[in-house]
Design a binder for this molecule. Structure first.
Ligand SMILES: [Zn+2]
Length: 296
């Protein structure tokens, strides 16, 4: 399993919080049938899907990009101690895995210079904060946190209209607003260049559909490209069935178009696809297979 990528002078490392968990199909897809699952079994083993129990293998993972002397964390997973009665998979987690894996990369929380969230759903902002004497405080105290302006404004509006619990299972209040209150949040537009550099460029790539302002993170160096895809892709069965609707997509048809473009781009250019929710094939290449896709 590939856990690290070198693009010129840029290093990208996988940072898992949950490396693999089987979850009900209904967590992702309303329309995925047992027959489609069985067809997928021809190239995806039981770690990825199990038609007998109608479960899918998922991961919750971040990435760390190091370039130009900067350390950039992309997405911050679920976090600990978050009270999520409506999102049981991340309710009151008490795991050292995320911070231990950060340490295995030789990093302390203080070393993170930039946090980028592909979007502000609860499984992508969790470690932005940690509980300290009953208060949510930034986990990465020296980091600029880049939030998409469209995404933030959308959820701020919903928070003001609907209240805390209604917005991303409470994550806007406990994992986003404390970062804003600490003065560590910076609001950026689609296409924002995170790091312009001679060694390589890191930028936000609009990838609409899953949420109001969802972006991928694109890293380019030395003629190579890697795309951290956030929730533009959740599971390898979507390579087989790119038009399958994902349950949490805000605009499903837009998300399907984004997914097809992303997979086609990776297949046609050789760009690396780095997926937060796909175990084992987290850092992968994609090829065309008839009218659909496979891992390279
Ligand atoms: Zn997600």
């Amino acid at each position: 399993m590939k856990r690290s990528l070198q693009l010129g002078g840029m290093t990208i490392d996988l940072l898992p919080e949950i490396e693999h968990r089987m979850m009900p199909v209904s967590f992702l897809f309303d329309a995925l049938t047992r027959e489609q699952m069985e067809a997928g079994s021809s190239w995806l083993d039981g770690r990825f899907l199990d038609p007998a129990t109608m479960t899918l293998g998922l991961a919750f993972q971040a990435y760390v990009i190091r370039s130009e002397g900067l350390t950039i964390l992309v997405d911050s997973c679920n976090g600990n101690h978050k009270q999520r009665p409506t999102a049981p998979w991340q309710h009151d987690l008490r795991s050292n895995a995320f911070l231990d894996n950060l340490g295995r990369l030789g990093l302390r929380c203080e070393d993170v210079d930039i946090v980028v969230c592909t979007h502000l759903h609860c499984d992508h902002v969790g470690w932005n904060t940690r509980l300290d004497n009953g208060r949510w405080v930034p986990t990465f105290p020296n980091a600029r946190h880049l939030f998409g302006r469209k995404e933030y404004d959308h959820f701020l509006g919903r928070f003001q209209r609907e209240g805390a619990a209604a917005v991303n299972h409470g994550a806007f209040v406990d994992s986003v607003l404390p970062v804003v209150d600490a003065g560590l949040a910076f609001f950026v537009d689609d296409g924002h260049v995170v790091v312009p550099g001679a060694e390589g460029e890191v930028s936000l790539m609009p990838a609409p559909g899953h949420s109001f302002g969802h972006c991928c993170v694109r890293a380019r160096a030395d003629g190579e490209e890697a795309i951290i895809c956030g929730d533009a892709l959740h599971h390898p069965i979507q390579l087989e069935l790119p038009d399958l609707r994902m349950r949490a997509d805000l605009y499903p048809d837009v998300a399907i178009d984004t997914r097809r473009r992303l997979l086609a781009h990776c297949a046609d250019t050789g760009a690396w696809l780095l997926a937060g929710h796909i175990p084992f094939h987290s850092i992968a290449q994609v090829r065309r297979f008839e009218d659909r896709f496979r891992f390279g």
